[in-house]
Design a protein. Sequence first.
Lengths: 114, 115
Amino acid sequence: GDSVTQMEGPVTLSEEAFLTINCTYTATGYPSLFWYVQYPGEGLQLLLKATKADDKGSNKGFEATYRKETTSFHLEKGSVQVSDSAVYFCALPDRGSTLGRLYFGRGTQLTVWP
Amino acid sequence: GAVVSQHPSRVICKSGTSVKIECRSLDFQATTMFWYRQFPKQSLMLMATSNEGSKATYEQGVEKDKFLINHASLTLSTLTVTSAHPEDSSFYICSARLSGRETQYFGPGTRLLVL
């Protein structure tokens, strides 16, 4: 079945460093792909998404490009801030049912130090 | 747009009591709502999916008599943890989506502590 695999964390960076969090997917065809972010003690927020191959999603300085050649949707940011410290989840929809579920990766904890 | 609220944000209860958590979509009609459970430093575990006006679909291993879900309207779903025990202590998160759309919008979560 469809699934996503995220790089293991935690990731620790200094402020203004470059961020990459890897996400690869296994799916038949080209499902939509999502990145969600969870700040401490909160629910998840949609960070960005891409609905078809070669699309680039972007928001708040974060970007991810849907690459079908490498079945990847890596999250990047050129200069992280302390406020970006959170857990990041890659996700794709369960197209095998009508329930509308999302499959989530295990999450990657990012800590940014000043 | 697409705001989802949860109430309460935090609840402490005694073992054996029941606790109700509400999930509301504030500015859209949610035909489908989802309930997740999250343990510390772990990913989300989907508990059940509910569609307005019909019975919830529970994931394997989730006790439907323990975790009662009601989706009575297009803007409200409730999760009731019946006869709560300390092992039910967790962070419960709901999400909602529009019919035909893939994006889920999440509530802020409810932290349950059962003493």
